[in-house]
Design a protein around this ligand. Structure first.
Ligand SMILES: Cc1cc2nc3c(=O)[nH]c(=O)nc-3n(C[C@H](O)[C@H](O)[C@H](O)COP(=O)(O)OP(=O)(O)OC[C@H]3O[C@@H](n4cnc5c(N)ncnc54)[C@H](O)[C@@H]3O)c2cc1C
Length: 376
C-alpha cells in the first residue's frame, strides 16, 4: 500500500515546521533564508551534483508550506530555487549550472523572475521585451511589472522574445540579466502588502548581454518556459496552503478560548463549521498540489501542467476563504495589529491573482480539459 506522503517527507515537514516555529511571524527574512539554506532546504529540489538535495518540487513545496504555516513564508523560494533553479538545472549549460545552482542552493545568490509586462498582463503571448543579436551579444529591450525581490536578487531571469530567422515571428526566450547590467533599471511599486519582499517595475534599455546569458535553446520556446512555470504554480499553491493553515490555526486557538456566552465561541456551529470547511478545502488543495508535484517530478510536464493549475486554483481559493473566516472569527481583534491577521487579507489575494489568475485557470480548464470553445 502506498501512502500520500513518505516517511522522509513527514520528517522533512516536521523539521521545517520546527525551524518555522523558531522564527515565527516576526521573522527576519535574511536570517531565515540563510538558515533554511544551511539546512539544505532552499536547494532541496536541485541536483546533488550541483550542491542541491537531489529531491524535487514535492520536497520544496513541503518546505514552503511549512514555513508559511508557521507564519514565515519565503516568497522568493517560488522564484529562486523553484523557477530559476529548475530552468537552469533542466536547460542551462554546464557553465550556467556550475555558476548558479550551488549558489542558489546555498542561499548565497538569489535570482528573480520577470515575465509580466504592463501591456500584456495575463496574456503572455503579447509580451514585447525583445532580444536582438549584435555580433555574438544580445541587446534586450522592454518593460516588466510586479517583479518580486529584484532588490535582493543578484540577477533576474527575464522572459523575452527573439525573432525567428525563418518566419519572422517572435518566440519566448530566457535571459539571465545581472542586477548591475547597464540599462537595467528598477522602480519599486507601492503595494498594499505587508510582506518582506517588494515588487518592482523594470526597464530594460538595450541591455547588452553576452551569448551565454541565454538559458537553454533559442528554439525550445514554450517547453522550457513551462518547465519553470509549473513549479511556480505548485509553489504558489504551497505558499497559499501554508498561509491558510496559519490563519486557521490562529482562529481555532482563539475560538477555543474566547467566551462571550456560556461556552467558547468555537462551540457555535456558525463559527466551527466554516473553520472545518476551510480545513477540508486546504487539505484537498494540498492533495492536488502533491499530485502536481508528483507528476512534475516524474517528468510528466503535460500532466503536471493541468494539475499545477488546478492546485494553484484550489489553494488560492482555500487560502482567501480561510483568511477571511479567521479574521471574522476574531471579531474586532481580527482587525487589530496585535493579532496580525488583517494584513493577510491582501496577502491571501496574491495567490488568487499570481502567477496566473483564477480566471485564466478556469479558462485553461474550460478549453484544455473540457474542450469548451474559447472567448478570446
Ligand atoms: C505580489 C505580486 C507579486 C508578483 N510577482 C511577480 C514576479 O515575481 N514575476 C512576474 O513576472 N510577475 C509577478 N507578478 C505578476 C502577476 O503574475 C500578474 O499580476 C498576473 O499574472 C496577472 O496579470 P495582471 O496583473 O496584468 O492582470 P490582468 O491580466 O490585467 O487581469 C486583470 C483581471 O482580468 C482578468 N482577466 C484577464 N484576461 C481574462 C480572460 N481572458 N478571461 C477572464 N478574465 C480575464 C484576470 O483574471 C484579472 O482578474 C506578481 C504579482 C503580484 C500581485
Amino acid at each position: 500500500m502506498t501512502t500520500v506522503e513518505t516517511e522522509e517527507h513527514k520528517a522533512l515537514r516536521a523539521a521545517v515546521a520546527a525551524l518555522g516555529k523558531r522564527h515565527g511571524r516576526d521573522f527576519v527574512r535574511e536570517d531565515l533564508w540563510s538558515e533554511a539554506a544551511k539546512l539544505g532546504y532552499l536547494g532541496v529540489n536541485l541536483p546533488e551534483e550541483h550542491g542541491g538535495g537531489g529531491g524535487g518540487t514535492a520536497e520544496l513545496s513541503i518546505v514552503l508550506e511549512e514555513l508559511g504555516a508557521a507564519g514565515c513564508p519565503l516568497l522568493m523560494m517560488i522564484v529562486s530555487p523553484a523557477i530559476c533553479g529548475t530552468v537552469i538545472a533542466r536547460f542551462g549549460t554546464e557553465a550556467q549550472k556550475r555558476e548558479w545552482l550551488p549558489a542558489l542552493a546555498e542561499g548565497k545568490r538569489t535570482m528573480a523572475f520577470g515575465i509580466t509586462e504592463p501591456d500584456a498582463g495575463s496574456n503572455s503571448h503579447r509580451i514585447t521585451t525583445t532580444a536582438r543579436k549584435d555580433g555574438t551579444d544580445w541587446l534586450l529591450t522592454g518593460r516588466k511589472v510586479f517583479i518580486s525581490g529584484v532588490d535582493i536578487a543578484d540577477a533576474t531571469l527575464i522572459v523575452g522574445r527573439t525573432e525567428d530567422a525563418r518566419t519572422g515571428s517572435l518566440k519566448p526566450c530566457l535571459f539571465i540579466v545581472p542586477a548591475d547590467a547597464e540599462g537595467f533599471a528598477r522602480r519599486q511599486i507601492d503595494m498594499e502588502l505587508n510582506a518582506a519582499e517588494k515588487q518592482f517595475e523594470l526597464t530594460l534599455d538595450d541591455v547588452r548581454l553576452p551569448a551565454d546569458a541565454l538559458v537553454g535553446d533559442e528554439d525550445a520556446g514554450l517547453l522550457q518556459l513551462f518547465a519553470g512555470l509549473n513549479p511556480e504554480r505548485i509553489m504558489t499553491a504551497a505558499f497559499a496552503i501554508g498561509m491558510g493553515r496559519y490563519a486557521l490555526d490562529r482562529a481555532v486557538a482563539y475560538a477555543c478560548e474566547r467566551t462571550v456566552w456560556k461556552a467558547p465561541i468555537g462551540a457555535h456551529q456558525a463559527i466551527a463549521h466554516p473553520l472545518a470547511q476551510s480545513h477540508i478545502e486546504l487539505e484537498l488543495a494540498r492533495l492536488m498540489m502533491q499530485k502536481a508535484a508528483c507528476l512534475y517530478d516524474a517528468g510528466d510536464d503535460a500532466g503536471a501542467g493541468e494539475a499545477a493549475n488546478m492546485a494553484k486554483y484550489a489553494a488560492g481559493e482555500a487560502c482567501v476563504k480561510a483568511v477571511d473566516q479567521a479574521v471574522h472569527t476574531l471579531g474586532g481583534n481580527g482587525l487589530t495589529r496585535e493579532f496580525g491577521l488583517a494584513s493577510l487579507i491582501t496577502a491571501a489575494r496574491v495567490s488568487r491573482i499570481a502567477p496566473v489568475s483564477r480566471e485564466m485557470i478556469l479558462n485553461y480548464v474550460s478549453h484544455q480539459t473540457l474542450g469548451l470553445p474559447k472567448s478570446y
